[in-house]
Design a protein around this ligand. Structure first.
Ligand code: RB5
Length: 151
């Protein structure tokens, strides 16, 4: 898969390790920054990654900030993006099986390196279950279309 990966300043030291892990698992990675240690605004980085996924230029995205929360809020503004903060093995697996999550967000501040590696590895390897979950994910897409049509 093609995986676009970004972080704000809080995730700047974690991101290279995540990129190395994802590449080592056989995926093509695209590093969307930030490349500075000075504070940056997380919506700017979320937009770079979410835009790639929204346009189909990346299959998946990974976003890292202090909590994982701001990144997920911003990324979900993009059509077709399903982003959420995952914080353990269960949320990483369920986010794929039930929600077909295409942008994984997580906290650089609250999770240890080993747990981050497990979350990323599980999330990349777990398929979408489809079935009743596909109906629900399609309803999310329908909401998105209905809201866009009101504008
Ligand atoms: C930056 O200080 C912090 O707000 C950001 O990394 C993230 O946690 C926002 O949700």
């Amino acid at each position: 898969m093609r995986v676009a990966i970004g972080s704000d300043h809080r995730g700047v030291s974690v991101r290279p390790k995540v990129i190395e892990l994802v590449a080592g698992l056989g995926h093509a990675t695209e590093d969307m920054g930030t490349f500075e240690t000075e504070p940056v605004d997380y919506p700017d980085i979320a937009a770079l990654v979410a835009d790639r996924v929204s346009k189909g230029e990346a299959d998946r995205g990974i976003l890292i900030c202090g909590t994982g929360l701001g990144m997920s809020i911003a990324a979900n503004k993009f059509a077709g993006v399903r982003a959420a903060a995952c914080h353990d093995r269960v949320t990483a697996e369920k986010s794929r099986r039930h929600n077909d999550l295409n942008v994984l967000c997580f906290s650089a501040d609250l999770l240890g390196e080993q747990l981050i590696q497990r979350i990323v590895t599980i999330w990349l390897a777990t398929p979408f279950d489809g079935g009743r979950h596909a109906r629900r994910v399609e309803k999310i897409a329908a909401l998105e279309r209905a809201i866009a049509a009101r504008r």
